[in-house]
Ligand binder design. Sequence first.
Ligand code: MG
Length: 245
Amino acid sequence: MQTVEAKRQAAETALLKRAFALAAEEGFQGTDEASILERIGAKVSIVQGSEKNIKVTNAEDLKLAEALCEDLKSGDVGMSVFRVGHGFDAHKLVEGRPLVLGGEVIPHDRGLLGHSDADVLVHALCDALLGAAGLGDIGQHFPDSDPAYKGISSIVLLGEVGGKVYRQGFRLINADMTLIAQRPKLSKYFPAMIGNIRNALGVTRSCLNLKATTTEQMGFTGRDEGMAAQAVVCLMKKDQVPLTD
Ligand code: MG
C-alpha cells in the first residue's frame, strides 16, 4: 500500500479486497484502508504520488476519475491546468511623442512617455501573460535601464513574451484588455490593434477582446494627464504542472 499526503492512496486490488474481507469477517473497524491492510501484515509506505490519483468518494469523484482514465487511454496523461494573470500599466502624456497603442500609431496631439514606445496597452498585456505563467513582470525581462530597449516597439516585446510563455507549455485561452483614456476616441483603431496583437502572439481573433473607457474626467486619466490599461488573461497548460511545491 502506498500513500501520499494521507489523502492519495494506492494498493493492489487483490490485497485490498482480502484485507476488507478479513476485516468484515472479524468485525474489525479500521480507521482507514491503511489500518486494515497493516492488520493483515501488509507494509504501508509513503512514496511520491500524483495529483491524478484522486480519492473517489461520491458520484462526482467517479466522473472525474473516468475522465482521467480516458486521458490515460488516449495517451494524454496530463490534466488541464488553468492560470489567470492580471496586468496594469500607466504612462504620462507629453508633447513631442507619437501615441502608440496596441502597436498602432494613433493621430493625437501628444504621446505617451516611456523608455520604449510606451505602448501602455501592450505593456499591461505583457504583464498579464507573464503573471499568469509565473514569470514575473515586463520590467524584469526588459529593464528600462537597458539601452537595447530604448524606443523599441512594444509589439516586438509582446512577441518575445508570448515565446517565453509558450515555451513553458502554456497556450492562451483568452485575453480581455481595457484601455483607460479620456480622449481620443479609440474604437475605430481596435481592429488594427487586435490584428497587431494577434500577429505578435499567433492567436485566433476569438482569443482577444479589447475595450476602452474614460474615467468621466476623474483622476489622472480623466484630466488627460496620462493613459492606463488593464489586461486579464487565462492560460491553459496540459501537462504535469505540480500543484504543490
Ligand atoms: Mg509601461
